[in-house]
Design a protein around this ligand. Structure first.
Ligand code: HEM
Length: 135
C-alpha cells in the first residue's frame, strides 16, 4: 500500500477516452495508456474502443501474451473503485420463479410416490376385512 495507488471511479476514468488521453481499466487497475495507443500491436482503433472503460473482458478475450500483461505495469496509475463498475461479469442466478415451479412439481411427485402405496395398502386391508366377515 504505497502512496502511489490512487483510487478512481469509473466516471473519472471515462473522462480519458481519446487518443490524446487514454485510460482504461483492466482487472481492477487503472492504466494510462496514452503513450501506448499508437504502438499497440493490435491496433490503435481497437484500443481506443476500450478507452475510458473497463477493458478487462476485451483484454482477456484476445488472450494477450505474458509480455503484453507485463507491459501493463508501466502504465499503472491507480485502482478502480469497484463499486462504480457495472457488474456485468457478476453471476446472476437463472430464472428464480421457474426454478421454484420445478421444485413444487417435484414435491408433489414425491408426495404421490409416498401416498399411492399407502392407499393401496389401505385398500388391501379394507378388502381383507370385508371378505373375512362372511366366512
Ligand atoms: C494496456 C493494455 C494493452 C496492452 C499492453 C496490449 C498489448 C498488446 C500486445 C503486446 C499485443 C501483441 C500480441 C501479444 O503479445 O499478445 C497485442 C495484441 C492485440 N491486442 Fe492488445 N494490449 C492492450 C489492450 C488491448 C485491448 C483493451 C484490446 C481490445 C479492446 C486489445 C486487443 C488486441 C488485439 C485484437 C491484438 C491482436 C491479436 C492478434 O494479432 O492476434 N488490446 N496487445
Amino acid at each position: 500500500m504505497g502512496g502511489e495507488g490512487k483510487v478512481y471511479t469509473l466516471a473519472d476514468v471515462s473522462q480519458h477516452n481519446n487518443a490524446k488521453d487514454c485510460w482504461l481499466v483492466i482487472g481492477g487497475k487503472v492504466y494510462n495508456v496514452t503513450k501506448f495507443v499508437e504502438d499497440h500491436p493490435g491496433g490503435e482503433e481497437i484500443l481506443l474502443s476500450a478507452a475510458g472503460k473497463d477493458a478487462t473482458d476485451n483484454f482477456e478475450a484476445v488472450d494477450h501474451s505474458r509480455t503484453a500483461t507485463a507491459m501493463l505495469d508501466e502504465f499503472y496509475v491507480g485502482d478502480i473503485d469497484t463499486s462504480t463498475v457495472p457488474s456485468n461479469t457478476k453471476y446472476s442466478p437463472p430464472n428464480q420463479p421457474h426454478y421454484e415451479q420445478d421444485k413444487t412439481s417435484e414435491f408433489v411427485a414425491k408426495l404421490l410416490l409416498f401416498l399411492v402405496p399407502l392407499l393401496i395398502l389401505g385398500l388391501a386391508f379394507g378388502i381383507r376385512f370385508y371378505t373375512k366377515s362372511p366366512a
